[in-house]
Design a protein around this ligand. Structure first.
Ligand code: ADP
Length: 272
């Protein structure tokens, strides 16, 4: 699995008074197995970008290659792409609606026409991967806590056995405990199941601990695309675009505590 984005542009409501150039000449490569963080302030283009990855939005210009094939070429199998690139939207629990958890997680595979037995096997596997206790499998999704609901929603995407898992702000609205649990679970999934993970967040803290690489979006452009260490070395520029310095210095401090070789001077860290 690999994703390559070449000179991608996206314009909302082109030719109207509401025209918005949301993505500007994006060029990126995401190799198999990487854990990529996408950060940027609200409105920087993160959600628009990830919706291109499984063809939900079609670029105004440019190309996206999935495993070397241009997804915009005639006859490209978008349905297959959507099952390989699983997208977990913001507040995904709003899309839970079945009578119980197991039935809900079966929904995607069932839609693909798989047998009941296969659907259940996949749903059980996915629920295990997200760490939901078995006693909840027959509960109504609405009886669960916020963090549990989110696990069920992620399991619904994993049941399609994607190769790439894209999560848009998976910790939004959760308390700090729920937030850490979901992030740890995503890190576990990445490690255990050979998934490429693309995690979108506006919070440095959320992703800095896990991502192999950070993509920083600013005003529809890729501002940085590098290792966390190299990105954080630009903390003054990050601060200028609203990625607050206290957060950045906090993370550098935190990473240093964990033995991460952050590229800052000792004084900077001590000042944090
Ligand atoms: P982010 O996910 O980083 O918050 P978005 O991708 O949602 O950013 O938005 C990027 C830009 O596109 C913003 O200026 C936003 O207002 C605009 N935008 C997003 N969705 C729409 C839409 N459906 N119609 C018009 N403009 C939109």
């Amino acid at each position: 699995m690999s994703i390559k984005i070449e000179h991608l542009n996206y314009v909302y409501s082109e030719g109207t008074a509401y025209e918005k150039h949301a993505l500007k000449d994006i060029c990126l490569e995401i190799p198999h197995g990487e854990f990529v963080g996408i950060i940027g302030h609200t409105g920087s283009g993160k959600s628009t970008l990830i919706q291109h990855l499984n063809g939900l939005i079609k670029g105004t210009s440019g190309a996206i290659y999935y495993n070397g094939e241009n997804i915009y070429q005639d006859g490209y199998d978008m349905r297959a792409l959507r099952s390989q690139v699983g997208l977990v939207f913001q507040y995904p629990e709003h899309q839970l609606f079945e009578i119980d958890v197991l039935t809900d997680v079966c929904f995607g595979p069932k839609n693909q026409g798989l047998s009941q037995q296969e659907c259940e096997a996949r749903a059980l596997e996915a629920l295990k991967l997200v760490g939901l206790k078995e006693k909840y499998y027959k509960s109504s999704p609405f009886e669960l806590s916020g963090g549990q609901k989110r696990r069920v929603a992620i399991a619904g995407v994993l049941a399609m056995r994607p190769k790439v898992l894209v999560l848009d702000e998976p910790t939004a609205g959760l308390d700090p405990k729920g937030r850490d649990e979901i992030l740890d679970q995503i890190a576990y999934l990445h490690k255990e199941s050979d998934l490429t993970v693309i995690l979108v967040s506006h919070s440095m803290e959320d992703i800095a601990r896990y991502a192999d690489r950070l993509i920083v979006m600013n005003s529809g452009e890729v501002m940085y695309n590098d290792t966390p260490k190299n990105v954080f070395a630009h903390y003054q520029e990050l601060e200028k675009v609203g990625l607050a310095a206290p957060q950045v210095t906090y993370i550098m401090h935190d990473l240093k505590m964990k033995g991460f070789p952050v590229g800052v001077t000792a004084t900077t860290v001590e000042e944090a």
